[in-house]
Design a protein around this ligand. Structure first.
Ligand code: PMP
Length: 329
C-alpha cells in the first residue's frame, strides 16, 4: 500500500497518483490497475497468483483507448494528419470506433466510422454523442462491406486518413511502451506469464516484445475463439467473443513472439466472466472471460505453481448487455 499524508485514524486511503490536473481526456489513457482474484483463487486451490489487468479503467472503457490515442498522436507527430483539417475514416463495429471518437473530438478531427448494420445501438449512439459520423453497410456483407465502404470514403474525401488498427505499427508499440511497462512495474518484475485475447494481436505482441526483453523466460499466450481458431490451423467461423478472433492473421500480430495460442469457447468465456463478477465482484466482458479461462487453465498446471500470471481484461460487462453474457438475468 502506498504511503499517503492522511491522518492516522483514517480508514481509507486515496489511490495514487493524486495532485495533478490532466490537460485533456487523452492524457487519462493507461495506468490501469492490476487486481487479484482472492476468492476465485481460493476456491480453485491455486498456488499460482492470477491477476487481472483492468483495461476498462481507461476513459472510454476499453483497452482500445490506448491505440485510439497512440495511432492519432503518432500520425500527428509524423505530419500525416492535422487537427481541424484531416478526416479520420475507420471500419470498426467494436471498441476501436468509440476510442477513436473521443480522441477525434478532443483533438478536433472529423471522424467517419463504417460498420455493418447489425452493430449494437449503444455503440452507434455513443459514436454520435461524440459527433462521429456513422455509415452503416449491409449486414450480409459483414466487415468486408464496412472495409470496402471505408476505402471508398477514403478515396473520395480530401485529407482523409485511415488509422488502420490491423496494420498500424503504433498499435503494438503502445502496448510495448505502456501496457507491458505497467505490468512490469506493478508486479515489481515478478510477472511470469501474460495471457491476452488476440483481435489485432497488438496487445499480446507488444507486451511479449517488451517483457521478453526485460526478463528471460517470461511467457505470453494469445487467446482465440474455438469457433474460429485460425491461429491453431482451423477455418474462420462465426463466434460470440467480440473483439477477438477476426478470422485472419493480422499484420499487427507477431505470432513468433507468442508461446502459444489457447482456444476458448464462447461458453467457457461467458462462464469465467460470470464467475469473476459473482465471486470477486469484477464484471468483465466476454473476451476478458476468455483470457481468464485460459489463465486459470495455465494456473492449474503443476509447472506453473507459485507463478504470477497476468490476464488482460479488455472491457467491462456493461458493454455486452444485449449479448448471452446476460442471458437469464
Ligand atoms: N477484447 C476486446 C473487447 C477488444 O475490443 C479487443 C480489441 N479488438 C481485444 C479483446 C483484443 O485486443 P487486440 O486487438 O490488441 O488483440
Amino acid at each position: 500500500m502506498a504511503a499517503h499524508d492522511l491522518s492516522p485514524d483514517m480508514t481509507f486511503s486515496l489511490a495514487p497518483p493524486r495532485g495533478r490536473v490532466f490537460d485533456s481526456i487523452v492524457d487519462v489513457v493507461g495506468g490501469t490497475p492490476l487486481v487479484a482474484l482472492p476468492r476465485m483463487t481460493a476456491e480453485d486451490g491455486l498456488t499460482a497468483r492470477v491477476l487481472l489487468k483492468l483495461e476498462f479503467f481507461n476513459p472510454l472503457g476499453s483497452v482500445k483507448d490506448r491505440i485510439g490515442a497512440a495511432m492519432v498522436l503518432a500520425a500527428e507527430r509524423e505530419g500525416i494528419i492535422t487537427p481541424g483539417r484531416s478526416v479520420l475514416v475507420e471500419p470498426t463495429s467494436g471498441n476501436t470506433g468509440i476510442s477513436l471518437a473521443f480522441v477525434a473530438a478532443s483533438r478536433g478531427y472529423r471522424l467517419i466510422v463504417t460498420m455493418p448494420e447489425g452493430a449494437s445501438i449503444e455503440r452507434r449512439k455513443m459514436l454520435r454523442l461524440m459527433d462521429a459520423q456513422v455509415e452503416l453497410t449491409p449486414s450480409r456483407l459483414g466487415m468486408a462491406g464496412a472495409i470496402a465502404r471505408a476505402r471508398e470514403i477514403l478515396d473520395t474525401t480530401p485529407d482523409a486518413w485511415m488509422p488502420g488498427q490491423f496494420d498500424n505499427p503504433a498499435n503494438p508499440l503502445v502496448h510495448e511502451e505502456t501496457t507491458a511497462e505497467e505490468i512490469w512495474q506493478d508486479t515489481a518484475g515478478s510477472v511470469d506469464i501474460v495471457v491476452a485475447g488476440v483481435g489485432t494481436g497488438g496487445t499480446a505482441s507488444g507486451v511479449a516484445h517488451a517483457l521478453k526483453r526485460r526478463k528471460k523466460g517470461v511467457e505470453v499466450f494469445g487467446v482465440e475463439p474455438v469457433e474460429s481458431a485460425v491461429l491453431n490451423g482451423d477455418e474462420p467461423g462465426p463466434h460470440g467473443i467480440q473483439g477477438i478472433g477476426p478470422g485472419f492473421c493480422p499484420a499487427t500480430l507477431d505470432v513468433q513472439a507468442l508461446d502459444g495460442v489457447i482456444a476458448v469457447s464462447e461458453r467457457e468465456a461467458i462462464a469465467a466472466a460470470r464467475r469473476c463478477a459473482r465471486m470477486d465482484g469484477i464484471p468483465i466482458g466476454i473476451s476478458s472471460g476468455a483470457a481468464l479461462h485460459a489463465a486459470t487453465q495455465l494456473a492449474k498446471r503443476p509447472e506453473n505453481a507459485g507463478k504470477t500470471i497476468v490476464s488482460i481484461a479488455p472491457s467491462f460487462a456493461e458493454r455486452y448487455l444485449s449479448t448471452p453474457l446476460f442471458n437469464g438475468l
